[in-house]
Design a binder for this molecule. Structure first.
Ligand code: PGA
Length: 259
């Protein structure tokens, strides 16, 4: 059975006009009206402040994702949100391991693995982000790095059926420097091989491995044609004023096109 194409929009904390109540409401309105490919799973991750607003107004076929979740089910952890609180609010997905959290917030492989376990225990599905820095790529360590990141999660969880793996090279995020189709396919294939060896044949066949890092309407078509690219995690381009309607359309169809 072919893997269902998956498109995630990661709405970050950019300056206005992005990231305001108005801009988020406009995106939701556009998405609700967009003739998205019904075969594609579309999930959007607004800042925590807007999660309920988006869930309330976004059409039911599209899912909402948190950008973060804590690794404890409850307790005195000021500023954190638990998996249970998210599921109680109708949120079915969370992002974990984004490089901005690994690099800027100092989240370790182990903490990311604990968060993944807590999310799955709390019935969330997880977009698990992994990827190498430019220095790691330049020193030939890309596969070692993504393998180390995956191994840390494997040490804490056994069931990968609710995980989408997002390969996001750190050097490609928000830089306009997209990985070449060969670079993306090579790492996606290695991730699938890792799944086959470390988790099982079924996980290798069924787990979606999506690409993130400067994806836009022009480069998504060619990337989507790679055997092991099962979708995208889109940051900046998912917020382009007035364009997100077309972008989601292109991403969702996996075709690419001119806006
Ligand atoms: P970008 O971000 O598309 O702006 O590079 C991707 C991401 O952070 O997931």
């Amino acid at each position: 059975m072919p893997r269902q194409f998956f498109v995630g929009g990661n709405f970050k904390m950019f300056d206005p006009p992005n990231g305001t109540i108005k801009s988020i409401t406009d995106i939701v309105h556009n998405l609700n009206g967009a003739p998205l490919d019904p075969k594609t799973e579309v999930v959007v991750a607004p800042p925590a402040l807007f999660i309920l607003l988006v869930r309330e107004h976004l059409k039911a076929e599209l899912e909402v994702c948190s950008q973060n979740v804590f690794d404890k089910p409850n307790g005195a952890f000021t500023g954190e949100i638990s998996a249970e609180q998210l599921t109680d609010s109708g949120i079915k997905w969370t992002l974990i391991g984004h490089s901005e959290r690994r690099v800027v917030m100092g989240e370790t492989d182990e903490f990311i693995a604990s968060k993944t376990k807590a999310a799955l225990d709390g019935s969330l599905s997880v977009i698990l982000c992994i990827g190498e820095t430019l220095e790691q790529r330049d020193s030939g360590r890309t596969i070692d790095v993504v393998t180390r990141q995956l191994n840390a999660v494997k040490a804490k969880i056994g069931d990968w059926s609710k995980i989408v793996v997002a390969y996001e090279p750190v050097w490609a995020i928000g830089t306009g420097k997209v990985a070449t189709t060969e670079q993306a396919q090579e790492v996606h294939k290695a991730i699938r091989e890792w799944l086959g060896k470390e988790v099982g044949k079924e996980a290798a066949e069924k787990t979606r491995v999506i690409y993130g890092g400067s994806v836009n309407e022009k480069n998504c078509g060619e990337l989507a044609r790679q055997d092991d690219v099962d979708g995208f995690l889109v940051g900046g381009a998912s917020l382009k004023p007035a364009c997100e309607f077309c972008l989601f359309l292109f991403f969702s169809a996996g075709t690419g096109g001119e806006c």
